[in-house]
Design a protein around this ligand. Structure first.
Ligand code: GDP
Ligand code: MG
Length: 296
């Protein structure tokens, strides 16, 4: 009648435990200035993830981002609290010389690993170490329709070694559907040629089932996204979108852009996987590197 272990009961316990402790999830947006990063942060928070906390009529202009800045919302669903933090970064590429423009971003990511490590090696550890590590880094590719620029390749190459990189085609409303598809194909080729391993990394597929699911995602990466922080009335419903002379581009409408795919990947289907890879792969290699250094 009952299984030997009573796996149901174990699952219940795990669920209750998660409900009590809640969890933390951290995302970062990176890319050249003017590509819609700050807008995307607002889009994420205003879209279905946290509809409740958005207050209509309180639209504010987004100022130019001049420093790293984190915004945290606590989202509660079915009794589980998720602390979602999105870190916005100043765009690079404003300078004539973009050499080392990745330094502040790499530094921030490593500092969060360092913080975690410091807590972890204490003799009396906290039961739950505050987690500010970046679980996913959304990299904005400019919608040129050509190939990836050397700067984007170099940036992603470096980032992908320390963090989960999720590339997106920024401002996809500036490309036709054919242009989007072609550009996407070129970027996929470019990444392959340069051996840049973006999320979900093929090396970390757990089993054939996982592989099949992730293969389908890899075909669609980078997602062609559109961001918006204004709501409009469409057929009696309020939708997040960009109003143009030709109509409204609805960011949450899968027929209009792939923002829903990005949101679902990050906050729904792959949240735990992003956290696991961050902990087991990226943080682990940081930890090994650091502890080796201090043993010398
Ligand atoms: P950031 O410098 O990357 O943070 O870019 P911002 O979010 O400040 O956006 C720069 C400009 O691009 C603003 O005028 C935005 O309204 C506009 N913008 C943001 N997202 C999109 C998009 O998806 N499509 C288009 N066409 N414009 C966008
Ligand atoms: Mg900005």
């Amino acid at each position: 009648l009952f299984g030997y272990v009573g796996i149901e009961a174990v699952l219940d316990q795990m669920k209750i435990k998660t409900m009590k402790t809640g969890f933390e999830f951290n995302i970062m947006v990176v890319g050249q200035s003017g590509l819609g990063k700050s807008t995307m942060v607002n889009t994420l928070f205003k879209s279905k993830v946290s509809r409740k906390s958005s207050q209509p009529g309180q639209e504010e202009r987004i100022p130019k981002t001049v420093q790293l800045q984190s915004i945290t919302h606590v989202i509660e669903e079915k009794g589980v609290k998720m602390k979602l933090t999105v870190t916005d970064t100043p765009g690079f590429g404003d300078q004539i010389n973009n050499e080392n423009c990745w330094d502040p971003i790499m530094k921030y990511i490593n500092e969060q690993y360092e913080r975690y490590l410091r807590e972890e090696i204490l003799i009396t550890r906290k039961r739950k170490i505050p987690d500010t590590r970046v679980h996913g880094c959304v990299y904005f590719v400019p919608p040129t329709g050509h190939w990836l620029r050397p700067l984007d390749l170099e940036f992603m190459r470096r980032l992908s070694k320390i963090v989960n990189v999720v590339p997106v085609i920024a401002k996809a409303d500036t490309l036709t559907l054919e242009e989007r598809a072609e550009f996407k194909q070129r970027i996929q080729e470019d990444l392959k040629i340069h051996a840049i391993s973006v999320y979900p990394q093929e090396d970390f597929d757990q089993d054939p089932e996982d592989r099949a699911l992730n293969d389908r995602i890899r075909e669609k990466i980078p997602f062609a996204v559109v961001g918006a922080d204004q709501e409009h009335q469409v057929n009696g419903k309020r939708v997040l979108g960009r109003k143009t002379k030709w109509g409204i581009i609805e960011v949450e409408n899968p027929a209009h852009c792939e923002f829903p795919l990005l949101r679902d990947l990050l906050i729904r289907s792959h949240l735990q996987d992003l956290k696991d890879i961050t902990h087991n792969v990226h943080y682990e290699s940081y930890r090994v590197r650091r502890l080796n250094e201090s043993n010398r």
